[in-house]
Design a binder for this molecule. Sequence first.
Ligand code: IPD
Ligand code: CA
Ligand code: CA
Length: 274
Amino acid sequence: MTSPLEDFQELAELAERIAHLAGAHVLSLIGGDNARLALRDTADRKTSATDLVSTADHASEAVIVAQLAIARPRDGIVAEEGSTRPSTSGISWVIDPIDGTTNFLYGHGSFGVSIAAVRDGETIAGVVYDPLRRETYRAARGFGASCNGRKLTIGSPTPLAEVLLGTGFHYLASRRRRQAELLVTILPEVRDIRRQGAAALDLCYVASGRLDAYYEAALQPWDRAAGLLVAQEAGYVGVDLDLGGELDGTLLVAHPDLLEQIRDLIVRANELHR
Ligand code: IPD
Ligand code: CA
Ligand code: CA
């Protein structure tokens, strides 16, 4: 079983190599607008009419799973588009083959490949790769986080009124309604809101300073595992807020000195609109 700390970095290196292969493959599938439109036209719906999955998502997942089967045949797989394999090593890989599928299919820039290694419920290595921007966010537990090899370090806390706050909306209409209601209270209190459409990148952007904080309800393990480790290893903190009902399990990630204020704002917004 892998246990020495240095192995976490090897896992991160492997995740990076595989994310680059998958990202290159995804880009090769959208050579022109027509290819992208064809992918969109043939996309399936998953949990709701708004929740798309294309052949590119499946193709990216196939690349990642095949590479992991060669490099780490005893590790488990938990992947968004359905690939699963039990672990006999104690390590499993949590995979979002394209995070930001809607952006990808509509020609918006923000999408990425997210790959994390998890052991005993703890993420030990993670990579989020944005193939259009050619940005690789990478973290290994205990070894810090980087973007394209540049170490990510925590900045100063931003006053609440100047916070650029990222969030996202779930695919279920009833949960979206609650998420929109909270924004009525939150938006006037901060600099602005960003709904970028790729949770894994949102988390990395807290680490790199493109967002001051980020929150979202009901993320799946593949949306958050790698990006959360990147944010944590850069010095930011993540908490799961129990807001009740459809907003239970709302992840909030922020500077440690800002966390309480944003948590209070979200909790207040939730109580006002319950
Ligand atoms: C979605 C994106 C989106 C977030 C959703 C996710 P997908 O992932 O990360 O930003 O708001 O909660 O499900 O479907 O593009 O992999
Ligand atoms: Ca996702
Ligand atoms: Ca996805």
